[in-house]
Design a binder for this molecule. Structure first.
Ligand code: GLN
Length: 448
């Protein structure tokens, strides 16, 4: 733990962390040593980890990458934080992220962008960019992230690590600052499928405080790794992913090489179709902002977080606190979401989006009748230069063309490293059926 804290200090220029917690980390490490001495150590005992700053941590500032939460010190831990602590993991700090998890490059953070350890002039992806950079640069062996539309998988791909978004409902959302509640899911980021398996076991579980959490036994994912044989595994390649516009040639060739490797290892690789895949991004950009506009209405400058100076009256307090506290991208989402939910537009946008969301789900259900996993690129490009898409929201939104449909359908998916394009990491995405994290991790482990 001490060495980890030193390494983090030395790598301060990455800007991967918002808050470090050295005192509690050293105390937790001592407790872990004591547990080990008593012969009570589990696979996570004494392992230093970092939490994305979207998870509430008791007594430790939680910013969600925003000025709006200035001064907020939660009086409780998120379920994920509780669980990993109970498993013996040592929390060394809170990682940087896009503001309220809205972004694909970490550039919307109030605390400044994170740098990609492979190329400090490039983005690490987002919104879990701090966690990705911290793992990719070897500062911590594992970290937590959240994924609403790709925020675990896309930064994992851009930094050459592994990241898993579990099935919606697998991990409790209690204590996670809500972005889009029907899509948000927490998951692990680490350097191998085996480490993801250990972390997921530590994070998953039923919790009454999240009504969408599913009461289902948590398998020993690590023990299950060996149970999935790549031989005979039915792998589907969606033709809509292969034919998608705007995919870097290096990404396509690295992903083709990866699927060829799966075929050579005995997988049955076949083409499939997800006819509504192209609707995923537009549907998401109605549903996610709608839910966000509702969730973010709690930040009013009254109860906690940022409050403007000397408000004239209540309305001025609301207006200026939110106006000064939220960044540009967050305001854009609140406006889009409020519009989509307003009377007269609800049927045209929100209801329509929910209907198309169902079609996207049905595409996957049909696909999983004939394949075990679906494979494709995680992101259409490798890490792009800092600033290159910051002023072009639509280009930024297209970073998630391959990841967003998975959230709309509530499915589990992971990204694992699949070589390099132009010296930058490329990610291979594997998507599984509901609650088939074990099979996904097994396939990824077999590939690795
Ligand atoms: N990049 C997407 C967005 O900006 C997804 C973010 C996420 O998964 N949290 O909304």
């Amino acid at each position: 733990t001490r060495a980890t804290l030193e390494r983090i200090e030395q790598a301060a220029d990455l800007n991967a962390f918002i808050t470090l917690t050295p005192d509690s980390a050293l105390a937790e490490a001592e407790a872990a040593d004591a547990a080990r001495a008593r012969g009570e150590a589990g696979p996570l005992t004494g392992i230093p980890i970092a939490h994305k700053d979207i998870f509430c941590t008791r007594g430790v500032r939680t910013s969600c990458g925003s000025r709006m939460l200035e001064g907020f010190v939660p009086p409780y831990d998120a379920f994920v934080v509780e669980q990993l602590r109970a498993a013996g993991a040592v929390t060394v700090g809170k990682t940087n992220m896009d503001e309220f998890a809205m972004g694909s490059s970490n550039e919307t953070s109030f605390f400044g962008p994170v740098k990609n350890p492979w190329d400090r002039k490039a983005v690490p992806g987002g919104s879990s960019g701090g966690s990705a950079a911290a793992v990719a640069s070897g500062l911590v062996p594992a970290a937590t992230g959240t994924d609403t539309g790709g925020s675990i998988r896309q930064p994992a791909a851009l930094t050459g690590i592994s990241g898993l978004k579990p099935t919606y409902g697998r991990v409790s959302r209690y204590g996670i600052v809500a972005f889009a509640s029907s899509l948000d899911q927490a998951g692990p980021m680490a350097s191998s499928a085996e480490d993801l398996a250990i972390m997921l076991r530590g994070m998953a579980g039923f919790d009454r405080r999240d009504s969408t959490c599913v009461d289902r036994a948590v398998p020993d994912y690590r023990a299950a790794l060996a149970q999935t044989d790549v031989r005979g595994l039915r792998v589907g390649l969606p033709k809509e992913f292969i034919e998608a516009d705007g995919v870097d040639a290096e990404v396509s060739s690295a992903v083709t090489a990866a699927t060829e490797a799966l075929r050579e290892a005995g997988a049955e690789v076949r083409e499939i179709s997800l006819p509504n895949a192209g609707m995923a991004v537009p549907v998401y950009y109605v549903i996610a902002p709608a839910e966000a506009s509702s969730n973010l209405s709690r930040f009013d400058g009254v109860r906690y977080g940022y409050r403007c100076d000397s408000p004239a009256d209540l309305e001025d307090l609301y207006k200026r606190s939110r106006g000064e506290g939220f960044g540009e991208e967050v305001k854009r989402r609140i406006m889009v979401g409020t519009y989509a939910l307003s009377a007269g537009y609800y049927d045209a946008y929100y209801r329509k989006a929910q209907q198309v969301r169902r079609l996207v789900q049905q595409d996957f259900a049909r696909a999983f009748e004939s394949v075990d996993v679906i494979a494709g690129p995680t992101s259409p490009s490798t890490a792009f230069p800092l600033g290159s898409k910051a002023d072009d929201p639509v280009q930024m939104y297209l970073s998630d063309i391959f990841t967003i449909a998975v959230n709309l359908a509530g499915l589990p998916a992971l990204s694992i490293p699949a070589g390099f394009g132009d010296g930058r990491p490329v990610g291979l995405q594997l998507i599984g059926n509901h609650f088939e994290e074990g099979r996904l991790l097994g396939a990824a482990h077999g590939y690795q």
